[in-house]
Ligand binder design. Structure first.
Ligand SMILES: *Cc1c(COP(=O)(O)O)cnc(C)c1O
Length: 235
């Protein structure tokens, strides 16, 4: 193996070990937690090494970067997740490439995805991004906007709502993260049992390199990890 491949394989094993340990401490099965490897800091070569080390789901926060990497990795079995803000004018190019849009952050975007997915004759799994911390720099539904939107969502035939996604507050750091994650889980728990047909809220995408253990303790089913998979690779 090349030095890069060895490094990446070691990092992936370490992150998977930390996920398993966090799951164990929370009394959860590590199999319930999906690792999304975030490739926004690296080029196609490192992304390829991540896939070869067993990361089958890759996340990109910028549509342009996803487009740039999807093609050179086209020979690999990769599921791409869009995890950052998706401008409506990029939806048409992005949808055919992705397995999920985790960052469906406004009614207008959800409806644009639905309309274009219908034109493309596909159905697109989505997560609603919720701005739990209320920070104005963040995209996402306000927590109180989610419940009233579910009926509308249920009427859209080409998106498949699977759950909720959030980022912890920038302010407050690690101390504030568990509170933000708990808030998303509580919202999900409250809404899940009364969901309209066609809307599922099983997935909770929360947790990044600095806080994924706290997110797993609060019920995360998807962690989006970049930096921690790249130690020794990034400068
Ligand atoms: C960059 C990014 C991540 C990963 O962040 P790390 O701290 O590098 O693990 C996760 N989610 C989103 C939405 C991101 O933009």
């Amino acid at each position: 193996m090349s030095e890069l491949a060895t490094r990446i394989a070691r990092n992936v094993a370490e992150v998977r070990g930390r996920i398993a340990e966090a799951a164990r401490r929370a009394g959860r099965d590590a199999e319930e937690i999906t690792l999304v490897a975030v490739t926004k800091y690296v080029g196609p070569d490192v992304a390829r090494a991540l896939v070869q080390a067993g990361c089958r789901i890759l996340g990109e926060s910028r549509p342009g970067q996803l487009l740039e990497k999807a093609e050179p990795l086209g020979d690999l079995a990769v599921d791409w997740h869009m995890i950052g803000h998706l401008q409506r004018n990029k939806v048409r190019r992005i949808l055919p490439l992705v397995k999920m849009v985790e960052s469906a952050d406004s009614p207008r975007l959800v409806e644009a995805i639905d309309r274009i997915a219908a034109e493309l004759s596909i159905r697109v799994p989505i997560l609603l991004e919720v701005n739990v911390s209320g920070e104005s720099a963040k995209h996402g539904f306000a927590p109180e906007e989610v419940e009233p939107y579910l009926e509308k969502l249920a009427g859209l035939g080409h998106v498949e709502p699977r759950g909720l996604m959030c980022m912890a507050s920038l302010a407050g750091g690690l101390a504030a993260a568990p509170r933000d994650f708990a808030q998303l889980r509580e919202l999900r728990d409250r809404l899940r049992d009364n969901c309209p047909e066609g809307v599922a809220l099983d997935e909770l995408s929360m947790g990044m390199s600095g806080d994924f253990e706290a997110a797993i303790a609060e019920g995360s089913t998807m962690v989006r990890v970049g930096t921690a998979l790249l130690s020794g690779v990034l400068r």
